[in-house]
Ligand binder design. Structure first.
Ligand SMILES: [Zn+2]
Length: 240
């Protein structure tokens, strides 16, 4: 992992992500995931690194308190050595939020989780922002883990399995790598995550209208070691 660690340290030192967003309620500037991605891209190119961000919907909590979360994983891959390192962050799905439809809620949770996955990977400190109140997100009641320890995965050779598509566009821009499973139209990250959550498959908005929602309450998360760990993290209230 030596090569990647060295490169990551260089990127962390050099990275200056601007706070280009403004919260008019709190009267302060903050940064979003696009700010971080824009700032980090040239540093990735310079160091022959590739960044991949992926979302998945997961239910944490194996009893009746199980909740849906968007889990974002930011993975940094060294194109030269094939080494990679990942950081994961969570944001909770809320069933109902004022003034937002379901896919916006999922998009907001996804953006939030992604940003925190990136913050953890690149050591960006956002604690002064208290930015969970930023923008459209004031009613989310729980927050992604601020500092889950990066999971280090040593890969001796370049992976055979192609990594998930790098999503460096916003959540609401159709991504050619994401296709509706019914009509094959390109869908956005938000649509993908939302439809997976609501319908159990990845659907465009049109196909969502003609599909049946899944009965979420019937899905239970198995009591596994990983889920127990997540549960304890979530219950410790370490969200800031
Ligand atoms: Zn479709």
């Amino acid at each position: 992992m030596q090569k990647l660690y060295k490169k990551l340290a260089l990127v962390q030192q050099e990275l200056k992500a601007p706070k280009s967003q403004f919260n008019k309620f709190g009267n302060y500037n903050y940064r979003n995931q696009e700010d971080i991605l824009e700032a980090v891209k040239p540093l990735l190119a310079k160091n022959n690194l590739t960044l991949i961000i992926s979302d998945e919907i997961a239910m944490f909590g194996y009893n009746s308190t199980g909740r849906w979360y968007v889990k974002a994983t930011a993975t940094l891959i060294d194109s030269e050595s094939g080494e990679q390192i990942s950081n994961t962050a969570l944001a909770r799905e809320e069933e109902i939020k004022r003034g937002m439809d379901g896919s916006q809620i999922t998009g907001a949770a996804s953006s939030y989780a992604r940003k925190y996955a990136l913050n953890g990977l690149f050591l960006i400190d956002d604690t002064k922002d208290s930015d969970y109140t930023n923008g459209i997100d004031p009613t989310l009641s729980s927050k992604p883990t601020p500092a889950v320890k990066p999971t280090v995965v040593a890969t001796p050779k370049v992976e055979v399995e192609q990594p998930k598509p790098a999503v460096t566009t916003g959540n609401n821009v159709p991504n050619p790598a994401f296709k509706c499973s019914k009509c094959s139209k390109a869908i956005t990250t938000a649509e993908k995550v939302y439809s997976k959550l609501q319908y159990g498959q990845e659907l465009c908005r049109d196909c969502q209208k003609t599909s049946t929602k899944i009965e979420k309450k019937k899905i239970e998360t198995p009591k596994t070691e990983e889920n127990e760990v997540w549960d304890s993290i979530l219950q410790e209230g370490e969200w800031h």
